[in-house]
Write a protein that binds this ligand. Structure first.
Ligand SMILES: [Zn+2]
Length: 248
């Protein structure tokens, strides 16, 4: 694909707080953990929010058992890249619906953490070509973009506002990793190993997939190199950027 080789802009790094909202434990680790490690290494605060606990993700494990395992793996995975806080919204894995209830959940998290940047996963219909995206990812990404706007409007979900929660209109942009329409990238060469370790923390999940001879480092290197070629570094994570301010 010719488009996949076009140069990308560098992501800005003049911000302090990022909130990452994704559908499942492991979503960050398949595309953005090395970037998170870079940013926490710079002293930035990054918080994770899992909309589901990925409890429908392991065929041989019932959701009630699976939830506990996957939440623990995600907390460890986050710790490895410098993220001490992981919120779980406990929405139903596999059957998320885009709509007002999901926007309400996410808007509350945005109001609570007051981030400069909100990060989510690719919510385009595909990963490129005919590789279809997954329904939960699409629902979450669309709801994230809307919820960021909702969070700044005191008349939307006003029941959330009170003594300790105010509207928050300070989000500058939503960044979606793994998008086939990536516009930006960040150099992850120095933190690449942390990204691999963060993915490896999802041991029960990866075992449950039963992919023979699958190697996390090899997998992440493939995407990392493709991104790196577009900004002239060994490795990079790529993002599609959606500015949230007016007139941008
Ligand atoms: Zn996922």
């Amino acid at each position: 694909m010719l488009g996949a080789m076009e140069p990308l802009e560098l992501l800005p790094e003049d911000w302090d707080r990022a909130l990452c909202v994704v559908a499942h434990p492991d979503d960050m680790e398949f595309g953005a953990a090395a970037a998170v490690a870079r940013w926490t290494g710079q002293g930035k605060t990054v918080v994770y929010c899992m909309v589901t606990s990925g409890e429908a993700g392991i065929d041989g494990l019932s959701p009630d058992e699976c939830r506990t395992v996957r939440e623990a793996e995600q907390v460890e995975s986050a710790r490895i890249v410098g993220v001490p806080t992981v919120d779980f919204l406990h929405q139903p894995d596999g059957i998320l619906e885009y709509g007002v209830p999901l926007r309400r959940e996410i808007a509350e998290v945005v109001r609570r953490h007051r981030p400069d940047i909100v990060i989510t996963g690719n919510f385009r219909d595909t990963w490129g070509g005919t590789n279809l995206n997954q329904a939960d990812h699409i629902a979450v990404g669309k709801a994230v973009v809307d919820a960021v706007r909702d969070a700044g409007n005191r008349w939307v979900f006003p029941e959330q506002l009170g003594d300790d929660l105010e509207p928050w209109g300070g989000v500058r942009a939503v960044w979606a990793f793994g998008s086939p329409s990536a516009t930006h990238a960040v150099d992850t060469t120095d933190t690449f190993d942390a990204g691999v370790a963060s993915l490896d923390a999802h041991g029960a999940y990866i075992d449950g997939l039963g992919w023979e001879n699958w190697d996390s480092r090899e997998f992440l290197e493939g995407f990392g190199r493709q991104g790196g070629q577009r900004i002239g570094t060994a490795f990079a994570a790529t993002f599609e950027v959606f500015p949230m301010g007016w007139g941008e």
